[in-house]
Each structure stands twice: as structure tokens, then as C-alpha cells.
Design a protein around this ligand. Structure first.
Ligand SMILES: [Zn+2]
Length: 312
């Protein structure tokens, strides 16, 4: 049997999994991401790979590839992490650091691109050649698939959907700019707006279950139909997220928009109003065109499974 490793590096955890020849994930493991020492990233990845090999009695010579997804700007050709605010790294030669230890082909890519590849090959994007995936979390990651190809295949750093400038609101983005899409429509933005609305409206029903420390991206969804304050936050969120998606549909005309990230577990509570908003505002509506909005299907596995797609 031959195997691949998929490594999903996030700001909080590094998750790793072994993928078998049938593209099933055999086992996974996760460790905390602690940016403490200069070489923490390579050392953490080496540690997690070695322990998975040992626990599953797999020999390194039976591993055909190690794929790694990372947040930030990735130079996939040279295997260099160009910039990652979350990991506090700049121009870090991850691939060559790992090649000192493993005699196995290693490929690195942007994590949202990897999640998009996973949905394209194994998930909700399988039946279409034209879709845009958005992962909603601390920021908004994304991948654009046109004609069955990810556009960042042609150019690293392409498809940075979260940093489209869509507002003159002075909310500073992690990229250093103001007015980026993700400052208004990420889960982090939804949580921020929920807290602001709760402070402004102490009569809001949301206060009955939550205080400002326990608010999450789910809070508003629980009260959409019973609390006016929650409804207003939700409607604004749909408008903000919808406006960014309208731009994407006007530019790329995908058949499908896929939403990933924890908030996508709300499924039709999120997708139905969003699909309606988007289809009421896209330019191609005048020609009768409609886009579908759905949630991604692979959830947490996408970041590991998608790494398999980096290898032929
Ligand atoms: Zn930005």
C-alpha cells in the first residue's frame, strides 16, 4: 500500500492525516501551533509526521508525497511561505527545511486553495467546472475554479477574495489595508457586529443566553426569527457577504458558490437568503441567469484531503 500525508496548518492547530490509495483518510492527529522558536513550523510538522508513521507502522519509503496547506501568501513553486500574519513568518523556506529530514516529494500551497481542490475532486464541486469557494473564518479565504482549473494554478497569490476592497468603512484588515471584504463578511466580523448590537440593545433576547464572552458566529442564527436585533445583524451580514459574492459572480459567472468554514454548518439558514440576495443583484439576472449557493461538504477533512490533489 502507498500513502500520502496531508498537513493542514492553521493559526491554532496543525492537523495531519495519512491518506491511502483510495483517497480515504486513515488517521489524523493534531497539535497546537506555537510560534515560539525560529524553526517551530518545520519542527512541528516533522514531529507530527514521525509520530503518525510510528503509530500506524508505516515506513517512510511507502509515502509518495507530503502536501501542506498554509494560511498566507505561498510561493508553491519554490516551497517558500512568503508571508503569513497568523504564523508570524516571512520568506520561510519550509520545503527545503523538511527536505533535510524526509526523502519524499513535498508540495506546499495556500490552505483555501487546498480546500477548494478537495471540494472540486471529492466534495460539492465535483459536478461543475466553474465555481467559487469561500471559506469563512477569522478572514475569508477562497478559490476560483474556472474550466475545471484553479486560477491560482497559473499564478500564486491569485484569488485572494477576502481582500477585495468593498467598503469605505474604516475597519483595518490584517493585511494592513482598510475596507477589505473580510472585515465585513468573515465570521470574525459577524461576531464583532453581534457584540456591538447586543451592547446597543440590552433588551435583545440574545442577552438571555449569551454574554459578550460567549458570543459565537452561531448566536445570531439562533435568534433570527425571535429577536429584532439578531435579525438586523443577520440581514446586514447577508448584504455584506452577498455584495462580495455579487462582485465575484459578475466577474467570473460561476454556476455555483460554495461556502466553507464553521458558519456553513447553518446550511440553508445561511444559503437560502444569500442565494436570494445574490440573484436579485447580479448583472446577469437581466438575462435570466441564476447562481446556486451551497455549503461545502467535506468540512474539517478538506484541508487534509485536498493535499492529495497536489500530486498527480
Ligand atoms: Zn485585507
Amino acid at each position: 500500500m502507498k500513502y500520502y500525508f496531508g498537513i493542514d496548518v492553521g493559526g491554532t492547530y496543525i492537523k495531519a492525516g495519512i491518506i491511502d490509495g483510495k483517497c480515504d483518510i486513515l488517521c489524523t492527529k493534531k497539535i497546537k501551533t506555537i510560534p515560539d522558536k525560529p524553526n517551530f513550523l518545520a519542527n512541528s510538522i516533522i514531529k507530527i509526521i514521525n509520530s503518525l508513521l510510528e503509530e500506524n507502522k508505516i515506513k517512510a519509503k511507502d509515502v509518495l508525497g507530503i502536501g501542506i496547506g498554509l494560511p498566507g501568501l505561498i510561493d508553491s513553486k519554490n516551497g517558500v511561505l512568503g508571508f503569513s500574519g497568523n504564523l508570524k513568518l516571512k520568506n520561510y523556506p519550509l520545503k527545503s527545511e523538511l527536505e533535510k529530514v524526509f526523502d519524499i516529494p513535498i508540495k506546499i500551497a495556500n490552505d483555501a486553495d487546498i480546500a477548494t481542490l478537495a471540494e472540486m475532486h471529492f466534495g460539492a464541486g465535483q459536478k461543475t467546472d466553474n465555481f467559487v469557494m469561500l471559506t469563512l473564518g477569522t478572514g475569508i479565504g477562497g478559490g476560483v475554479v474556472m474550466g475545471g482549473k484553479l486560477i491560482s494554478d497559473h499564478s500564486d497569490y491569485a484569488g485572494e477574495i477576502g481582500h477585495m476592497k468593498i467598503t469605505d468603512k474604516k475597519i483595518k484588515c490584517t493585511c494592513g489595508e482598510f475596507g477589505c471584504f473580510e472585515t465585513l463578511a468573515s465570521t470574525k466580523a459577524l461576531v464583532r457586529e453581534t457584540k456591538l448590537a447586543m451592547k446597543k440593545h440590552p433588551e435583545s433576547l440574545m442577552w438571555q443566553t449569551y454574554d459578550l464572552n460567549t458570543v459565537t458566529g452561531k448566536t445570531v442564527f439562533e435568534y433570527i426569527n425571535s429577536d429584532e436585533t439578531a435579525r438586523q445583524v443577520f440581514d446586514k451580514f447577508i448584504k455584506n457577504l452577498g455584495d462580495g459574492i455579487v462582485n465575484l459572480v459578475n466577474i467570473f459567472k460561476p454556476e455555483l458558490i460554495l461556502l466553507g468554514g464553521a458558519v456553513s454548518s447553518q446550511r440553508s439558514k445561511l444559503t437560502a437568503p444569500l442565494e436570494e440576495y445574490v440573484n436579485n443583484h447580479i448583472y446577469a439576472r437581466h438575462a435570466g441567469f441564476k447562481v446556486k449557493v451551497k455549503t461545502a461538504t467535506l468540512a474539517n477533512d478538506a484541508g487534509i484531503l485536498g493535499c492529495r490533489c497536489l500530486f498527480d
